[in-house]
Design a binder for this molecule. Structure first.
Ligand code: SAM
Length: 458
């Protein structure tokens, strides 16, 4: 079967493997490339992807370098009849078809053979692209959040990570790549693994199938489980995880299972939680004992955060910190202020005034910098690569002389005042991220072992 294309895609597309058909910037279609002869779904060519940019038999997508542009084919619909509609363009949408391609008209097979057609690009699966194209079964964690989370919980090749719930598998794929450390040299060879938990039966089944289809077995192990009640052991054994990610409605209910020792019923009732199902004799900590554990919880509401932090503190978690990853677009453009225009057309609005003020400050700082380094000549602030002191630079600096400058003599890409604006409001809120660490266990025997290996210990 081979290793997952998410982890080792190789240089070219392969049969029986996932690829992503990139139709346009906002449209990516996952496709399991199939080899083999014989008609499929009425197509004489075998399996075919039909897109709004045309039809693409899998045979034309196989053994191609990743990133290749593939042109649509004329497909023989065989038993479906001699006439069919061209489907390589869509009404009203930006099309990647060659201009002049006929749309939605009935054509004979003969016509189709000569018709110019559209194209797609064939891309290797990556967690980032998968996140944007996966079938949504739940809310998912997006790339800006999961890249930060995986960095903060120190998910590295060879590590074991616990994740709950699996949901649509967006975080699962990203974490699988983060902990993957190559094909093991032997059965004993330690390697990274994602222990994923999901209590919804349907989502669990779909995730299980996806793990098989994406050849992630052995790297991701999914368990059908309510983690609030039944914790994180797998077949009664500890996953020995070093990092944990909880994307659950009530993460605090899962925390007692992530303790170094089994919390007593009275400890739990004092923090408003139920006693654990697991009998005392079967209790095991799912975390690696000789390492600090790094945890992140992902919650959309601040009430969930306060409850989680409350329970974290009582159960010994430390260095608790909440972070929100916020997206704010910064728009940089040149405002065509046209200094020889009447004031009401100069666009001297508040933003421009702010930019002018910022440019003045920059100039002052640069002046001080140059002075510090012993250069005395007056320098102008020019944000662009082109250093010649031309009218456009003066425009940037709002130089009064430029009032007489002919705007047509200014290089078009440098005409106007360089301005940037940030979006005034944050339009997106995904979730609050709570990070915490649980220190490693420190027993008497570990103290002795540390003493034995300490350079001055003997
Ligand atoms: N992180 C996922 C992703 O990136 O695709 C999305 C997770 S989704 C928001 C939350 C998931 O937690 C749901 O699929 C839900 O069924 C699961 N869940 C809720 N309570 C659970 C529990 N007690 N045990 C296990 N899974 C649970």
């Amino acid at each position: 079967a081979g290793i997952s294309p998410f982890l080792e895609p190789g240089p070219r597309t392969r049969p029986n493997s996932l690829a992503l058909a990139h139709l346009s910037r906002d449209s990516i279609q996952p496709v399991y490339l199939q080899e083999g002869s014989g008609a499929v779904d009425g197509y004489a060519e075998g399996a075919v992807i039909n897109t709004r940019f045309g039809s693409f038999p899998h045979s034309t997508l196989l053994d191609k370098p990743w990133g290749s542009q593939i042109r649509a084919s004329v497909v023989d619909t065989g038993s479906r009849g001699r006439k069919r509609k061209l489907n390589n363009s869509v009404d009203g949408e930006a099309s990647n078809t060659v201009p002049g391609t006929p749309t939605s008209e009935v054509a004979t097979t003969k016509d189709l053979k000569t018709a110019p057609s559209g194209f797609i690009h064939i891309l290797p699966p990556t967690p980032e692209i998968w996140t944007t194209s996966l079938p949504h079964r739940t809310q998912v964690v997006y790339t800006p959040d999961y890249s930060y989370i995986l960095h903060r919980i120190r998910a590295r090749p060879g590590m074991k990570i616990i994740e709950a719930g699996a949901g649509s598998g967006s975080f699962t794929h990203a974490s699988a790549r983060a902990i993957y450390n190559g094909t093991p040299k032997s059965a004993q060879d330690a390697r990274g693994k994602v222990f994923s938990f999901e209590f919804n039966e349907d989502r669990y089944q779909k995730m299980q199938k996806e793990i098989e289809d994406h050849r992630l077995e052995g790297i991701v192990e999914i368990t059908h489980r309510d983690v609030y009640n039944d914790g994180f052991l797998v077949n009664g054994e500890s996953p020995e995880a070093e990092c944990v990610f909880l994307d659950l409605p009530a993460p605090w209910k899962a925390l007692p299972h992530l303790s170094r020792r089994r919390p007593t019923p009275s400890e739990l009732s004092s923090i408003g939680l139920d006693a654990l199902n697991t009998p005392e004799s079967e209790w095991k900590c799912p975390l690696r004992a000789d390492r600090t554990t790094y945890l992140c919880t992902f919650s959309p509401c601040i009430e969930q955060v306060t409850k989680t932090i409350d329970v974290m503190r009582r159960l010994g978690w430390m260095e608790i910190e909440m972070v929100e990853v916020a997206h704010r677009r910064i728009i940089v453009s040149r405002e065509r202020i046209g200094l020889n225009l009447p004031p009401n057309e100069r666009g001297m609005n508040q933003t421009a005034a702010n930019v002018e003020e910022a440019m003045g400050k920059l100039k002052e700082i640069e002046g001080r910098f140059k002075k510090f380094h012993g250069k005395t000549e007056d320098t102008d602030v020019n944000m662009d690569d082109d250093n010649d002191e031309t009218a456009d630079t003066k425009h940037v600096n709002g130089n009064a002389d430029s009032k007489t400058e002919d705007p047509l003599s200014v290089k078009p890409w440098m005409a106007g005042r360089l301005a940037h604006r940030t979006e005034p409001e944050l339009k997106t809120h995904t979730s609050y991220l709570v990070f915490a660490v649980l220190p490693q266990e420190w027993t008497e025997s570990q103290e002795m072992a540390a003493f034995e290996t300490w350079p001055c210990g003997k």
